[in-house]
Design a protein around this ligand. Structure first.
Ligand code: NAD
Length: 260
């Protein structure tokens, strides 16, 4: 039956949340959990096979979907193991370099893979409507973005902030590589009209806030998304796992494929 889920990085903030939600879902079976080999203690509580090596679990589970929120290097290994074992994967890891994303895209030709830097429905709805707002406002509004996350987050800016900035840059016909400004300090001169500022705040236990500022003459619009808990991302990943069951390989699926 197509209901088996394997969770990698299960001792992490996201992995632990996802494993618990999978166990609570009567339509799914938690078929295995994976962690770094030196962090395997205590995984008996999940009452399913556990290992430091995903391939070992996949050789036992048969057809399944792996849900992976770990690190860019670990996620690439997960995608490769899934391709070798004919498993599908839903990945939420952020911080991939463009080269690493290209590798993911290549592996998605071999096996069904899904990647979204933000699994919440709210952020993905924003990604869809913000270009329309930009068009309505015209080119007199400066664009700035800010992300706030907990102090343990490793990558900056967040994958979501980058995605929002990329989508808005594309809507302006610009390349974020050329017009993104990721820090400011000192006598930097006036702001360039086409700059897209992306600023990062880190601290405390903030799950994830993103604000897009449209700064115009005499007014500004601030569009803010606040994630109240990790469950919103975890539920999105589980929805993606159910969606990808039975899908064919060929492209790296994203939230846009799921929501349209
Ligand atoms: P975390 O540090 O709490 O958890 C990562 C876990 O992965 C750890 O338990 C670590 O031991 C494990 N891990 C690392 N390498 C491994 C390997 N080779 N094999 C097995 N396990 C391995 O981090 P987190 O807060 O859970 O976030 C994980 C990733 O998910 C980050 O990139 C974060 O930015 C991203 N994230 C994405 C979304 C989204 O909606 N897409 C939401 C939240 C977090």
């Amino acid at each position: 039956m197509d209901n088996k889920i394997v969770v990698t990085g299960v001792k992490g903030r996201m992995g632990g949340t996802i494993a618990c939600l999978v166990q609570e879902d009567p339509a799914l079976e938690l078929a295995g959990v994976v962690e770094k080999a030196d962090r395997l203690h205590g995984l008996e509580k999940y009452n399913c096979p556990s290992a430091g090596d995903l391939s070992e679990i996949l050789s036992r589970t048969g057809r399944c979907v792996v849900i992976d929120f770990t690190s860019p290097e670990a996620s690439l290994d997960v995608a490769a193991a899934c391709a070798a074992n004919k498993a599908s994967a839903v990945m939420g890891t952020t911080g991939f370099s463009s080269g690493q994303l290209e590798q993911l895209e290549k592996l998605a030709v071999e096996t069904p893979l899904f990647w979204a830097p933000n699994m919440s429905v709210g952020i993905n709805a924003l990604l869809k409507i913000l270009p329309d707002l930009l068009k309505l406002l015209g080119d007199k509004y400066d664009l700035e973005l800010m992300d706030i996350h907990h102090k343990f987050k490793k990558d900056a800016p967040s994958g979501t902030a980058l995605k929002l900035a990329q989508v808005l840059a594309a809507a302006k016909g610009l390349n974020l590589e050329d017009y993104g400004v990721f820090s400011r300090k000192g006598m930097i001169g006036e702001r360039g009209a086409r700059e897209i500022g992306v600023q990062t705040l880190r601290g405390g236990d903030v799950t994830g806030d993103h604000t897009v500022y449209f700064l115009g003459p005499g007014e500004r619009i601030e569009v803010t998304h606040r994630a109240h808990s990790r469950e919103t991302f975890a539920q999105g990943a589980i929805r993606a796992a159910k969606w990808i069951m039975g899908k064919k390989s060929g492209k790296l699926y994203t939230m846009t494929d799921l929501l349209t």
